[in-house]
Design a protein around this ligand. Sequence first.
Ligand code: 13P
Ligand code: SF4
Length: 376
Amino acid sequence: MALNMVDCGPKTGLFFNCPIMLILSISEEKKMTIPARGSTVDVPAPAIDPGVGMEALYARLADVIPRAEWDLHLPVIAAISALKRERRAIILSHNYQTPEIFHTVSDLTGDSLALAREAAAVDADVIVVCGVHFMAETAKLLNPEKTVLIPDPEAGCSLASSITPEDVGRLRRQYPGAPVVTYVNTSAAVKAESDICCTSANAVEVVESLDADRVIFLPDEFLGKYVAARTDKELILWKGHCEVHEKFTAAELRRYRQQYPGVYILAHPECPPEVLAESDFTGSTADMIREVGRRRPEQVFLATEISMSRNLAAEFPEIRFIHPCYACPHMQRITLPGILECLRSMRHAVEVDPLVSERARRAVERMLELGPREKR
Ligand code: 13P
Ligand code: SF4
């Protein structure tokens, strides 16, 4: 496997947060097999098949997880798997979860749209969302009767915190009659003030579906500009940014092109417009995964969160990944010990204020009613 490991990535894993007691049962747990994983709506098959042994799995992950760390993860993975069965729980993980979560305990993985769709269809008593708070809130909106847990309720998002329901009300008064589209990266209270939600995977389709010439699109300015370039509608934008994607620059991408001739660059639409202009492909996290799987370039740079690059490096060992340097500090709050603890204690259940939940759910359901987009 050709891997370009840069030293700017985050230090992941248990060395930093594992209770010492977990180390004791490693040899016993090495015998375990991997729990079965499902697949998301249109995300490639997961890296793990049921029944594949832990050593076989580690062979795939060896370039992205140091052996010593992996040995510390094993008993935690085993304990989570046992508790999942006991609680009839299912784990939904976003593509930005670290490899030791994404490739082991996750039952379903995907982008925000896939997770929302799966959350609506899930058959379990408990849903554990390994992602940020708005993702868990969306799962709760779609499953009001189920217990939805998030391992760390402080896992926020700079886009979600950039706008309040009062801001949406002010914009509505300023632009009377203009429908409001909110990115799913918002609080339930903000969703409740909007007409329909979107994700980065369907933002253009959602805007195009509206019978209006002028649309208020919130809160991601860069995603809004990306959509505005693909529709004749006038978009009213907000100056919210993703604190991870706004760090990428066009100059940085040009440097990678010089350093790694032929590198195929994929960028998330939360990146600034000049970064998207410099890239070869733009799409949601799931779009990027599909594109890498379809095109199989020799070298890839993903202008997005680092964990996804590491997850894909394990999935496509023949491709050389030049890993980005930026981690989402909110996504990284989710850890294996945190997942274990929340399943053990059933703490951090997500609740949505009944005054907002019905209207927020309606905005999410309107998006889901638009149906899956045709695969390109
Ligand atoms: P996706 O919907 O593309 O997975 O993106 C979610 C996100 O938070 C990107 O930063
Ligand atoms: Fe929010 Fe950016 Fe983190 Fe995604 S990567 S959860 S948009 S802060």
